[in-house]
Design a protein around this ligand. Structure first.
Ligand SMILES: [Zn+2]
Length: 480
């Protein structure tokens, strides 16, 4: 049987250093890597194949990758090993950088077991000495109570939100689109680019190095993981979140923990940092990242995952009568990242609102709805769209009349057509008359003047052809 040694002393672990390549590994062999004292207790754990292979298959192969089982021999040394050729002691956390993932996991497990052993010498019920029962549990010698290790669970969460444009927006004369940023340098054309997100990073007072991390905290008794995530974000930053989703978890043997990682979307609130725990914090874009945690942590993996993969979004263009109300309606729906009002499928260039108002340009008042397809489906959005229009009314919605108020679904991705066809077919069943809603590829789209954007946010008492109850309905609509 293959034996791997985890020899620990005050938080450091003994590693073998290859004579030729200088690579680190856990010592192996039937005999301990250093002579032990008679009183040093060796705990032997049999680690089976499924435990060894549970790790990411892309990880670097190591000495133990190909073993079907092994014995992990755990021992606490009285004093650190120094000046022994080919052996070196290293902090457990630092060993992450030099060990294979499998070996690091074994080292962490060994460290936890030693910590637990030291803290469970006596029964918590009656105070009598405990005895090992299995290789990972003890039993009281008097009252018989069994003791098993329990981990402290902590949550960590990556919160992101769509980048909100600030500053003045201008119309780019070349494209007719609203441009955010410096138009001289090209700016960022909202209607053309994929909406990016920014990340919430905080700096805890107890961080030793000058880096920012993610909101994290311990699970309290009687609390669910999701509740803990929501509470920690609220307590530390004052903001509300939604779409909380599991990411991954990581044993965190410092000394005895499990970090459970989540992702979430910003839902509202102003950033208010908890002064007792945090020294700094804020929203960061990809281009202005501060120092981030080292590779050993799940925090870093959560951040890297965001840095490496901008979250995909999709666009659909919906004409539903006056665009003020239609935009406001779709903004309420969970999973919608960005909305913009504009003019679609007409036959002039760079139309102004005044020109479109003459009803001679062929344009329809249209809303660009950009959404996260992993949160809300196109099918759901289209069903919501039909609830906000009279689909059999030609060129008239509410009191608004004219071809500019016609209804339509304009798509940019032909792959969306089957979904659109399906929803149209099902909606048609509810009506005797044929649907008057257009279903066409998007020919062109020009963003409307700035004062039309977010009109009902700027003018809460402004005109709207939709009933107020519909906005409440959109907010509460169940997307799953
Ligand atoms: Zn007892």
């Amino acid at each position: 049987m293959n034996t791997v040694w985890a020899c620990l002393c005050a938080g450091d672990i003994l590693l073998r250093k290859g004579a030729e390549d200088g690579a680190f590994s856990l010592p192996t062999g039937d005999e301990p890597p250093v002579p032990l004292k008679p009183w040093n207790v060796v705990t032997k754990l049999e680690i089976k194949d499924d435990r060894l292979k549970m790790k990411d298959s892309q990880a670097q192969p190591s000495l133990i990758s190909n073993l079907s089982s092994l014995i992990l021999s755990v021992v606490r040394l009285d004093r650190p090993v120094v000046d022994v050729e080919g052996l070196e002691m290293m902090g457990l956390r630092a060993s992450f950088q030099v060990l294979s993932q499998e070996e690091y996991t074994l080292a962490g497990k060994a460290a936890e077991l030693i910590y637990w052993d030291q803290n469970t010498k006596y029964c918590g019920c009656c105070g009598a000495p405990t005895k090992w029962m299995t290789d990972i549990s003890k039993k009281c010698s008097e009252c018989g109570k069994e003791w098993w290790p329990s981990v402290g669970t902590a949550i960590i969460v990556r919160v992101t939100r769509p980048i909100v444009s600030t500053g003045s927006a201008v119309i780019n004369p070349a494209s007719g689109r609203r441009v955010v940023g410096d138009p001289a340098s090209g700016g960022r054309v909202v209607g053309d680019s994929v909406a990016d997100t920014e990340i919430l990073l905080v700096r805890a007072k107890n961080f030793r190095r000058p880096h920012h991390g993610l909101v994290a905290g311990f699970l309290e008794t009687g609390e669910s993981l999701v509740d803990a995530v929501r509470r920690e974000v609220r307590e530390e930053t004052g903001i509300e979140i939604k779409n909380i989703r599991y990411f991954d978890s990581q044993p965190w043997p410092y000394p005895f923990g499990l970090m459970v990682g989540f992702t979430a979307d910003y839902a509202g609130g102003e950033l208010r940092l908890q002064k007792e725990e945090l020294s700094e914090g804020g929203w960061f874009t990809r281009d202005n990242m501060p120092q981030i945690p080292d590779k050993a942590s799940i925090a870093r993996r959560l951040i890297d995952d965001w840095l490496e993969s901008p979250r995909p979004t999709k666009d659909i263009y919906l004409a539903g009568g006056c665009f003020w109300g239609t935009e406001h309606y779709f903004k309420q729906i969970e999973g919608v990242v960005l909305t913009e009002v504009g003019f679609a499928n007409g036959h002039t260039e760079n139309p102004t609102y005044k020109e479109v108002y003459t009803d001679t340009t062929g344009f329809a008042e249209t809303v660009l709805v950009r959404f996260y397809p992993d949160v809300v489906s196109l099918e759901f959005l289209l069903r919501m769209f039909f609830k906000a229009i009279d689909p059999t009314s030609l060129n008239k919605q509410g009191h608004d009349e004219g071809t500019r108020y016609r209804t339509g679904v304009y798509y940019t991705d032909p792959a969306d057509l089957p979904v659109i066809e399906k929803v149209f077919a099902e909606e048609q069943k509810s009506y005797e008359q044929p649907l008057a809603v257009e279903k066409l590829p998007l020919q062109n789209f020009y963003t409307a003047e700035e004062y039309h954007q977010d009109y009902l946010d700027k003018n809460p008492d402004g005109y709207c052809h939709l009933p107020l109850s519909l906005f409440e309905f959109a907010r509460k609509a169940n997307i799953r």
